[in-house]
Design a protein around this ligand. Structure first.
Ligand code: ATP
Ligand code: MG
Length: 612
């Protein structure tokens, strides 16, 4: 299913668990397998279709055209000094050039690190300092819902904050930001460089299977985001296999994944998966409801999409729209819709299954694993699906549900931490970038007596072997499919000079999955003495979060209290706060230090609910 330039000598080296090396000694290249390999059989088939309902631009590349373009960009970045092993940060909107930049990096053995274009300067700077890139590739601006976000000022700020700024910035100018500042000598214009390399041919650089292909940062619950390091050979094999067994995609067919290249779903199922499989992939910049809620189904009809992949949040958004848009277009080409990233609730699953009359397949996985841990595997055995369950352990994962304390396996229908016995299968993270110790300590040191990978999610397994995900053992808020660490948002809120302390929780939200609510203690009480002052303070806190983290992390409400509920050991009782904010009982309070703190949370929630 993939080409090896040099065959591997050993399938697995598990002599240093939890570190595992797959296909040892084999040499391959992701770009060759995603692009060049198809030149023989399908040169004139569309490889990449792009459209933007934000700018009105659309078009496509055949495999031959994609090959030519990737070669040009590979030559451009080589010219800018990038070589094998160098990191390149890609901070771009959903334009085809972003995908081409990723493939160009892979072609020359450079390690790309795509940062979601929506993160604020601070978040970008942290990632720059960790990856220490040789080059940064960006664009003048992105667009979302008709609103322009200028990227370049954010990039300039991030570079000035960074301790390891790259020497060069490759700038793709979409002509959106006419006042963009350019720094001579550092900022290089994409079009100008491209014109010099129109006929470029750059041979793929063959990497040993375990050499890194990319770094992708998780959302960073623990403050500092973890750089998930992906290998090359294992990832190629895992994705090619998943395209066949899980996603049932055939060469020549079309896949539409409505994610962003900044997330793992985008890496695996907008870029590498479909292209490795010889499929046409769709790169869409825009919302599911603009210009109208039929836009996705129009894309399906126009491109004869066979396989679709999206998030439960997006489906919930569509569910609120007038139903006629679902029947306006011919979606008969569509076989299956895959959903991942957050729990798929039963009403949403039923609604979309009935509306589209296609297979609805929930899969559960993580940035770390790169492809599904739990899923139906329809091409191997098409077992019936149960709504609310992502199915079974995918081949290659030895899954165990363990009791949090004893590390023993739990009984049927009992809640345990979802873990995997190493070696993790091909495609999963090989380590945390630059920090092997953190890899072991974070993921493999949660149980005293057993060496297992912890997902940090709770799950149960029923008598028929179906798994159900119950939530996270750590605290992450999921706003419209964007995962935000509570800790990270708390740090951002605390950046406001008048905030002494804060607890951030996610509360259930019909549309977005969860909304961010902050409970803050101020340093100077006079600043929240009147309702006007409180409103002003709330505004300032929101603006601080926008600046520190980006608008996606902005709290929907900031409540002011004088005390936060904590355990006697000083740990925030976040679970109780969240329960109260969602109108439930506070739960087990045996360790609560000062009960008046809970009264304050209750009062703040009541004031908020009554619209005060
Ligand atoms: P961080 O590790 O920095 O905290 P994150 O875990 O939020 O970030 P991802 O790797 O993108 O970032 O998300 C993986 C998590 O998403 C899973 O651990 C799980 O909690 C949730 N998840 C993914 N798919 C599903 C699903 N099908 N059903 C339920 N939950 C899911
Ligand atoms: Mg995680």
């Amino acid at each position: 299913m993939i080409d090896w330039q040099t065959p591997f000598e050993q399938v697995l080296d598990d002599s240093k668990l939890p570190f595992a090396r797959w296909f040892v000694g084999g040499k391959t290249n992701l770009c060759h397998n995603a692009v060049d390999r198809h030149l023989k059989d399908r040169p004139d088939q569309k490889a990449l279709v792009y459209l933007s309902t934000e700018t009105g631009k659309e078009g496509s590349y055949t495999f031959r055209e994609l090959h030519a373009e990737v070669n040009r960009v590979a030559a451009m970045i080589q010219d800018l000094g990038v070589a094998k092993g160098d990191r390149v940060i890609i901070y771009m909107p959903m334009v085809p050039e972003a995908v081409i930049a990723m493939l160009a990096c892979a072609r020359i053995g450079a390690v790309h690190s795509v940062v979601f274009g929506g993160f604020a300067a601070n978040s970008l700077a942290t990632r720059i300092d960790d990856a220490k890139p040789r080059l940064m590739i960006t664009a003048d601006a992105g667009m979302r819902g008709g609103k322009q976000i200028n990227y370049k000022p954010l990039v300039d700020e991030a570079l000035s904050l960074s301790k390891h700024p790259p020497e060069k910035v490759l700038l793709f100018n979409r002509g959106l930001d006419r006042d963009m500042a350019v720094q001579a000598g550092r900022d290089m214009d994409w079009e100008t460089l491209r014109a010099r390399h129109m006929d470029a041919r750059v041979e793929p650089v063959w990497l040993e299977s375990s050499e890194p292909s990319y770094i992708l940062y998780t959302s960073g619950t623990t403050g500092k985001p973890k750089g998930v390091q992906r290998d090359t050979g294992g990832y190629a094999v895992a994705l090619a296999a998943s395209m066949k067994h899980i996603y049932t995609g055939q060469a020549g067919e079309t896949m539409f994944t409505s994610s962003d290249i900044g997330w793992v779903v985008g890496h695996s199922y907008i870029v590498y998966g479909p292209l490795l499989a010889g499929m046409t992939t769709i790169v869409y910049e825009g919302l599911p409801i603009r210009p109208d809620p039929g836009i996705w189904w129009k894309i399906v009809q126009d491109n004869q999409v066979n396989i679709m992949f999206t998030s439960p949040t997006a489906v919930r958004v569509l569910k609120k729209q007038p139903p006629e848009f679902l029947h306006k277009y011919d979606v008969s080409s569509l076989r299956s819709l895959y959903l991942a990233g957050e729990p798929l609730d039963e009403p949403t699953a039923r609604w979309i299954a009935e509306a589209l009359q296609v297979n609805i397949i929930d899969n559960y996985w993580q940035t770390e694993t790169g492809w599904p841990i739990l899923s139906s595997v329809p091409a191997v055995e098409d077992l019936p699906r149960k709504f609310g369950s992502p199915g079974f352990a995918a081949y290659g994962f030895d899954i165990k549900l363990l009791d949090e304390r004893s590390g023993e396996e739990v009984a049927v229908n009992e809640k345990g931490v979802l873990t995997a016995v190493p070696p993790l299968p091909p495609g999963c993270l090989s380590t945390v970038w630059g920090d092997d110790t953190r890899f072991v300590n974070t993921y493999f040191s949660n149980f005293e007596n057993v060496l297992v990978y912890s997902t940090f999610d709770w799950a149960t397994k029923d008598e028929d072997g179906y798994y159900f995900i119950l939530g996270r053992t750590d605290d992450v808020i999921n706003v419209a499919g964007h995962r935000l660490g509570t800790r990270e948002i708390e740090e951002a809120v605390s950046a406001h000079p008048n905030i002494a302390e804060v607890a951030v929780v996610g509360v259930h939200d019909e549309v977005k999955g969860q909304a961010v609510i902050a409970f803050a203690v101020v340093k100077d009480a006079s600043k929240v003495a009147t309702s006007e002052a409180m409103a002003q303070m709330q505004k300032e806190v929101m603006a601080t979060v926008d600046k520190e983290l980006g608008a996606i992390a902005r709290p929907a409400r900031v409540c002011f209290v004088t005390l936060l509920p904590k355990t006697r050991s000083g740990k925030l009782l976040r679970r109780s706060i969240q329960a109260l904010a969602e109108g439930r009982e506070a739960g087990d309070l045996t360790t609560l230090d000062d009960p008046t703190a809970l009264e304050q949370i209750k009062a703040a929630v009541a004031a908020w609910k009554s619209g005060k």
